[in-house]
Every structure is written in structure tokens, then in C-alpha cells.
Write a protein that binds this ligand. Sequence first.
Ligand code: MRU
Length: 356
Amino acid sequence: MTPDAVASIQWKGDKARLIDQTRLPGEEVYIDIETMEQMHEAIQKLRIRGAPAIGIAAAYGFYLGIRSIEADHFDSFWDTASSKADYLASARPTAVNLQWALERLKDGIKERRTQSIEDIKGWVLNEAKRIHEKDKKICKEIGEIGHALIPEEANIITHCNTGSLATGLYGTALSVIYHAHANEKNPHVWVDETRPLLQGARLTTWELMHANINCTLITDSTAGSIMKKGMADLVIVGTDRVAANGDVANKIGTYPLAVLADRHHIPFYVAAPLSSIDLNLSSGDQIPIEERSSEELTHIGTTRVAPEGTPTYTPAFDVTAHSLVNGFITEEGVIRDHFESQFAEFKQKQGAKTRS
Ligand code: MRU
């Protein structure tokens, strides 16, 4: 099976279909999402997850929410539609892609205020499909650009899941690895298990093994000794949000990995679509960090692994300082320094292309 076969989300006529990522790798269960409330639940419970994938899911979820609005005038349609967008945006706070997709749809609705409500609804669905298709293209470009950074026979450490399951297709960090593999560089991937929800153990190994890419599962705390023994050439991760100065929010455990890579003089790369870069936030301190329920730490699946009543601290993401990042791999190219000005320049370049 190639990365093409693992679609996180599909639009099927009048509903969205997701592969339920909470059931992988044991079972491949597809769920049909017919309402905005179901999509909110699916995002919040991580049935669909990964920053770009939840942006796509929110876009379809928004359409599912607005298609039933009965309004005679634009203003009443707008009030209901924007409160539905706020509700969807509240499903998960860290990944900016979710807000980005919803803002894009809201902006488009405002521009169409003179059109009929039915036409506006039709536009929202088409725009959600465009966001989806565009993400597939962008992830492919990230892989094509990024694999130039991967030497032959490289040993690569990655964290969480950043593959087809986390995006429209291919992924971000995993797209780079898929493309290195397709270009016969024979990469080997050390997969961090990614406690507490085990996205690495459950999802990344599943994707890589289906794509016939060599991989080895490790506990999160093994990465340091692998680096010390000279068994890793680089680290590559994805991100949920990058601040204007280049600080990176990603799955909890990314920051220690970056510190270790720095200590061992191993390049640390972040693969991200430009939509993950939030120029409204000047530094990573401003990125909202989601805290998950304590059961995700006290239990593995349904098995309790900590005594009843154990106090917990459960941030789902951490922030890595920009000084620890050796490069951002984006669809417009690799950015190695002057992050703030380069991000703005790349976004401008992309905006100009879209308009032309
Ligand atoms: O909580 P998750 O599984 O949604 O976290 C996902 C990550 O942290 C990924 O690394 C990130 O979204 C980049 S995915 C392309």
C-alpha cells in the first residue's frame, strides 16, 4: 500500500468519511460524519487528528453546520454561521490550521454577501474541497523539496504522526521521508512511540510499514541514547503552529528531542505548510497549549496504569525555541534563518501565485 491509500478524510456526496484513528492499528473502521456536532466530536476525540487534517475536517464540518441554516437575509445567516465556526474552532486550540480554514471560509462568505444564501452554501462546500485538494498538493511539494535534505541510508528520528493520516495526503515530515524512499535513498526511521496517545507506535509505524519503509519503534526516552551512539543523522517533525519568530508548537516531547539534537549536533528540521505559520503571534509563549484529560495519562486504552486519584499534568503540545530549529521545510522552499522576514516573504510569494 502506498501513502495514497491511507486517506484520513474523504467527501462522499453529502457527508464526510473518516478513518477512525483511535481504532488503528487494530481495526480499520470508517465513520460517516453527517453533522457539525459529529465532526466536532471526531476532532476533539482525535478520530481525525494532525494539524492539516483537522483544518480540512473543520472546513467540511462547517459546511455540514451551515447547510441547514434557514435565513432570509445575509445578516441572520452570518450570525448563525459565525457562531458555528466559533464552536468548531473550540474543538482543539493549538493547531492554527483549524482556525485558518474557518477564517478563510468566513472571509469568503463576507465577500459574497450579495449572493443568495444557497449560492453561498454551495461556495463553502466547494471551498472546503479546494482546501482539501490544495493540502494534498502542498504536502507533495513539501516532500519533493524536503527530500533533498535527506542523505542516502539516513537514520531519521521522528515524533508523533505526520503522515497521510495527519493531512490530506502524504503528510509533512513523513512526506519528506516518503519522497526520500521513492528516490531510492533507503531511509530508516526511528519512530518515537509518542506517549500518552501513542500516535507514533499506533499510526506512524502502521503508515511506514504499509509503505515498505524501514522503521524501528522506540520509547520517547530512547532518542537521546540513539543520538549519543551516533545512530541518528537527523530529526524531522511536523508542527501544529509556528509563531512569527520561528518558535514551534508540536506534540509534547518535541522540545526535549530538539534539545538533544542540538547537544549532539544533529540537524533538527520542521516540515510545515505555510498555513501552519501564525504571523499574528510574535513568539511561542502566545501559542495556546491544549491540555487533555487525565485519563489519557492514567490509562493505556482501557487499562489503568496509575493509582486512582493520581494528580496529572497533561499538556498535549510543547514549544521548541526557534534557536533549536535548523530549517523549516515548506511548500515554497526551505527556510534556514531570518525566520520572521522569510515567513512573511514566502507567504506573500504564495499569495501572489494564488491571485495570478
Ligand atoms: O494531538 P495530535 O495527534 O493531533 O498531534 C499531532 C501533531 O503533533 C503533529 O506532529 C502535527 O499536527 C503535525 S502533522 C502534519
